[in-house]
Design a protein around this ligand. Sequence first.
Ligand SMILES: Nc1ncnc2c1ncn2[C@@H]1O[C@H](COP(=O)(O)OP(=O)(O)O)[C@@H](O)[C@H]1O
Ligand SMILES: [Mg+2]
Length: 252
Amino acid sequence: MGFPTVVAICGKGGVGKTVFGGAVLRVFWQRCLRILAVDADPAMGLRYLLGLKDDIKTLGDLREDLIRRAKTDRDPEQIAGAMDYLLLEALTETDKFSFLAMGRSRSRGCFCPVNSLLKESARKLAQNYDVVLVDAEAGVEQINREVMSSVDSIVVLMDNSQRSRHSVELIKQMAVDLNMRARMGVVLNRAKDLGETVHAAVSALEVPVWGTIPEDEELLRNDALGRSVFDLPANSPVLESAERIVDFLVEA
Ligand SMILES: Nc1ncnc2c1ncn2[C@@H]1O[C@H](COP(=O)(O)OP(=O)(O)O)[C@@H](O)[C@H]1O
Ligand SMILES: [Mg+2]
């Protein structure tokens, strides 16, 4: 057992994180890597793109069970002992990848013991994989708190909007505040050449551009028909871009 490469995909809502995450996952699979995909967005779109069904137990559900048990059970050690096994209940395994959905945390307040137990079990589970790919919400804060403290690469998706560049700045700052050592790069989605001013604004972010993806008709059609990322043609622009970025991600 070794340490997996942990990759988090972040960025403003609607910017293309889930489709890009799906594309990256497909490339990892083509390279015969053992993949754990983690959907950290409560909207949980990744499962559909990966062709999974709806009835999936989430880590949020598991956390609720644990909190309930921790309140009534007199023996917290017993819960800790059962943790690794419990986590498997939330794991979906296919012939191509494994999948965990974070879901929502409904209980209010800090349940730090439960979170750290979950995190410890997730860390052990992750050792069975070559890569852990996290489709994140806007930021990295939740990943750090609830799933993995050691992220290797953060890919921030961006479109042409100033708002998406603002998210890059926020995510960059968050990673500094959390003391994360991850490398960070941006991917410009639906990229268009909008002139010097926009180029300058992207350079001013001082984050390397790891790739660009053009508007992809095939991807739109695939999404409209509710197809999985494994149905995309191999030469689709989003997959070609993911190919190049995966070289960065697993080289380290
Ligand atoms: N390069 C692209 N070309 C065409 N459509 C795209 C492209 N990138 C994203 N989309 C579409 O934009 C929508 C939002 O993408 P999604 O990955 O769900 O965003 P996010 O996960 O960041 O909220 C989806 O319907 C997707 O099909
Ligand atoms: Mg998404």
